[in-house]
Design a protein around this ligand. Structure first.
Ligand SMILES: CC(C)(COP(=O)(O)OP(=O)(O)OC[C@H]1O[C@@H](n2cnc3c(N)ncnc32)[C@H](O)[C@@H]1OP(=O)(O)O)[C@@H](O)C(=O)NCCC(=O)NCCS
Length: 174
């Protein structure tokens, strides 16, 4: 069963200036427009994402899309999709807007995804391979969240590094 609680974090945004609050929770249909702008922002890095709007709507309906909003401005700072079933789940999409990076939001989103996925499940994510744009940030983030790199896979010109997070409570083998 997926966990759909809302979590609140306080983030030191500009120390001494003001405190930004970040709220992470299930995305709703009203989040589609700002999420599409976030998708546009990361298209140069991710490449074209055909039918992204349809995928986003479906993920929201399936309660498999979480996003981060900031307050007091209430802007959408990032989003994540999860998917999978049984003992195998995946992080399928993750981005934080460039103005909100390096303040812990990516880690909060991944931790929310981990909390939403059954704890006896393996979690996989395919992301940028070493030496390609985006790889350093993704590698640091996923390692911090308990993932370890596994294989590198290629499909045509696409090269991706797979990361895996082991279950917290592995199912006992008979
Ligand atoms: C990857 C991404 C989601 C990270 O989000 P973020 O909110 O900036 O990450 P956090 O602030 O939570 O940082 C988590 C860890 O990664 C590190 N990190 C984040 N960006 C980094 C960068 N550019 N270079 C080096 N380390 C980086 C942080 O320092 C932190 O580690 P620390 O605790 O040791 O300091 C964000 O950079 C992004 O959206 N990039 C474009 C899309 C993308 O790459 N998505 C992931 C592909 S699946």
């Amino acid at each position: 069963m997926l966990f759909d609680a809302v979590r609140l974090w306080s983030v030191d945004w500009e120390p001494g200036a003001w405190e930004m609050k970040v709220r992470i929770g299930l995305a709703q249909h009203k989040d589609i427009a700002p999420w599409m702008m976030l998708a546009d922002e990361v298209t140069p890095l991710f490449g074209p994402m055909p039918d992204f709007g349809a995928v986003l709507s479906r993920k929201i309906a399936q309660k498999q899309a979480y996003c981060a909003w900031t307050s007091p401005a209430r802007s959408l700072a990032g989003g994540i999709f999860i998917g999978g079933e049984g003992g195998t789940h995946r992080i399928r999409w993750l981005a934080v807007s460039s103005e909100h990076r390096r303040s812990g939001i990516g880690r909060m989103l991944v931790e929310m995804a981990i909390a939403a996925i059954p704890s006896d499940s393996f979690i996989y994510v395919d992301t940028f391979a070493k030496g390609t744009p985006g790889a350093v940030a993704a590698d640091r983030l996923y390692r911090k969240c308990g993932f370890a790199p596994t294989e590198v896979w290629r499909e045509g010109s696409l090269v991706r590094q797979r990361y895996m997070r082991r279950p917290l409570h592995p199912v006992e083998l008979a």
